[in-house]
Design a protein around this ligand. Structure first.
Ligand code: UT7
Length: 328
C-alpha cells in the first residue's frame, strides 16, 4: 500500500511583474536579475485577493482532476509563509470555501520546504489508515511581505499556488519515500522580524520595515547548493534508487544557479529538470506543486515516471520526496 497523487492543480495571478518594471522601482537591471537568478518575470496577486484565494483555486482544480468531492476529504494541510492572517488557519478558510466539512484543517509553516513537509505529514495520516483522502496545498502571496525598496529580495519572489489530492493505492505508483530536516541555527538568515509575539506590530516596526522578508542571500545560497544534493542522496539511500532512475527532477525554484549546480553534481540533464522560476520567480511552498500540476497538464508526466522533489527554505528547513507518478 502506498500514497498516490490522485489529482493536481495550480493557480497563478494574471498580473505579470517584469524585470523592466523592477528597474524603475529599485537600482537593478534586467541583465543582473537574469544572470544572477534566472528570473524573467513573476506573478503578483490582485489587490483584493489573498493566499487562500489562490489556494482555493488550485484545490478546486486538484479535486476535479482527482474525482474526489470536498466532503470526502479527511484532511487539509496548507503550507504557506503568507497565511491570510495569523489565525484562523488559511486551511480553515479554504475548508469553508470548499465546504469540506469532514476535513481536519491546519497550516504548516516550513518556509519554502512547506509543500514537502505537508506532503510527508499527509502521507503518514493516510498510511495509518486513519484518513482516506487528503488535500495538500502550497500557496503564497509573497508580494505582500516583500519590500519593493530592497533590491536584494524584491526581484526574487512571486505569488502562486499548487495543490494535490492524495489517496491510498496498491500499485507501484505513489510516494516511495520522503526525508525532512531542519537547522535552526540558520534561521537568522531568512526571516520576517516583526508581526509575531517576539516583536508585535508598532509604529517603530513599520517605520523600520520589519514586516518584510529579510534575507542573507549568500548564506542561503551556500546552504542550498549543499543540501539539495545531500537530501537527494538520503532519498536514494532510503529507496535503493539512483540518479539514473530519475525521470524528472523538481528542485525548489529559488535560483537557476543553485539548480544548475545541483544538476551538475547529480548528473541530471536539463530535459529532466522542471523549471518555472523563469516565469514565476520563487513562489516558495507553491513552486513544486505548481510544477507537478503544470507538467501533468502538459502531458509530460507519464505513468511510472520517477520524480525527485527537493526543497529548502526558512528555518532553515530542507526535505525531499521520491514519487512514482500514476494512480490505481
Ligand atoms: O527560497 C529560499 C530563499 N532564497 C534563496 O534561496 C536565495 C538564495 N540566494 C540567491 O539566490 C543569491 O544569493 C541572490 C540572487 C540573492 C544574490 O546573488 P549573488 O550573486 O549571491 O549576489 P550577492 O548577494 O553576492 O551580491 C552581489 C552584488 C552586491 O553588490 P556589492 O555589495 O558587491 O556592491 C549586491 O548589493 O549584487 C548586488 N545586488 C544587486 N545588484 C543589482 C543584490 N541584488 C541586486 C539586484 N540588482 N537586484
Amino acid at each position: 500500500m502506498n500514497v498516490q497523487v490522485l489529482g493536481a492543480g495550480h493557480a497563478l495571478p494574471s498580473r505579470v511583474l517584469t524585470n523592466k518594471e523592477l528597474e524603475k522601482m529599485v537600482d537593478t537591471t534586467h541583465e543582473w536579475i537574469v544572470e544572477r537568478s534566472g528570473i524573467l518575470e513573476r506573478r503578483i496577486i490582485d489587490e483584493d485577493k489573498a493566499a487562500s484565494d489562490l489556494g482555493f483555486e488550485a484545490a478546486r482544480m486538484a479535486l476535479d482532476e482527482a474525482g474526489v468531492e470536498p466532503e470526502e476529504l479527511d484532511l487539509i494541510i496548507v503550507a504557506t509563509a503568507t497565511p491570510d492572517m495569523l489565525f484562523p488557519a488559511t486551511a480553515c478558510i479554504i475548508q469553508e470555501r470548499l465546504e469540506a466539512w469532514n476535513a481536519a484543517a491546519f497550516d504548516l509553516e516550513a518556509g519554502c520546504t512547506g509543500f514537502v513537509y505537508a506532503l510527508t505529514v499527509a502521507e503518514k495520516f493516510l498510511l495509518s489508515q486513519q484518513y482516506k483522502y487528503a488535500l495538500v496545498i502550497g500557496t503564497e502571496a509573497l508580494s505582500r511581505i516583500v519590500d519593493y525598496t530592497d533590491r536584494n529580495t524584491c526581484v526574487l519572489f512571486g505569488d502562486g499556488a499548487g495543490a494535490v489530492v492524495l489517496g491510498r493505492g496498491n500499485t507501484g505508483s505513489g510516494i516511495i519515500c520522503t526525508y525532512l530536516g531542519a537547522d535552526g541555527r540558520g534561521g537568522k538568515h531568512l526571516n520576517m522580524p516583526a508581526g509575531g509575539s517576539a516583536l508585535p506590530a508598532n509604529p517603530q516596526t513599520v517605520k523600520e520595515r520589519l514586516h518584510f522578508v529579510k534575507m542573507n542571500g549568500n548564506e542561503i545560497f551556500k546552504f542550498a547548493t549543499r543540501i539539495t544534493v545531500e537530501v537527494s542522496e538520503k532519498l536514494f539511500a532510503m529507496s535503493g534508487l539512483g540518479y539514473k532512475d530519475i525521470d524528472f527532477f523538481i528542485p525548489h525554484q529559488a535560483n537557476i544557479r543553485i539548480i544548475k549546480t545541483a544538476m551538475k553534481r547529480m548528473n541530471i540533464p536539463p530535459e529532466k529538470t522542471l523549471i518555472n522560476l523563469d516565469v514565476f520567480g520563487n513562489t516558495s511552498a507553491a513552486c513544486i506543486p505548481i510544477a507537478l500540476s503544470m507538467s501533468n497538464q502538459e502531458g509530460r508526466l507519464h505513468d511510472g515516471a520517477l520524480i525527485l522533489m527537493v526543497a529548502f527554505g526558512a528555518g532553515l528547513t530542507y526535505g525531499g520526496a521520491l514519487l512514482r507518478w500514476g494512480r490505481d
